[in-house]
Design a protein around this ligand. Structure first.
Ligand code: FES
Length: 109
């Protein structure tokens, strides 16, 4: 599945999510660091607005963070959410992308 992240002030980013992987695991594999804390579906740090697509939760995720919202907005917890269709989510916090520059440049060589 394709996962696309949006956040105000950042360029949109997309990466692949393999079957049964959470968005968090897929993001890490793609070199993207998300804002997380507990990584167990309990704290809400990774909560994001679900703009398109659907997810399921094979492991527990607090309904407190999923149900809380205004009107018809849907929310998801990226540390627990496993996509079942292509996703577009708006994160509450910026993400960071790992520098893919050659190691020699990073090390100044
Ligand atoms: S990091 Fe705590 S709920 Fe996702």
């Amino acid at each position: 599945m394709q996962v696309t992240l949006r956040h105000a002030g950042q360029s949109e980013i997309s990466f692949a999510c393999e079957a049964d992987d959470t968005v968090l695991v897929a993001a890490r594999r793609a070199g993207v660091t998300l804002h997380v804390a507990c990584e167990q579906g309990g704290c809400g740090a990774c909560r994001a607005r679900l703009l398109q697509g659907a997810v399921h939760y094979p492991l527990p995720a607090s309904s407190r963070w999923l149900d809380e919202g205004s009107g018809s907005e849907d929310y998801t917890l990226l540390c627990r959410a496993v996509p079942i269709s292509p996703l577009v989510v708006e994160t509450a916090h910026p993400w960071r992308q790992r520098d893919r520059a050659p190691l020699s440049r990073i090390l100044g060589g």
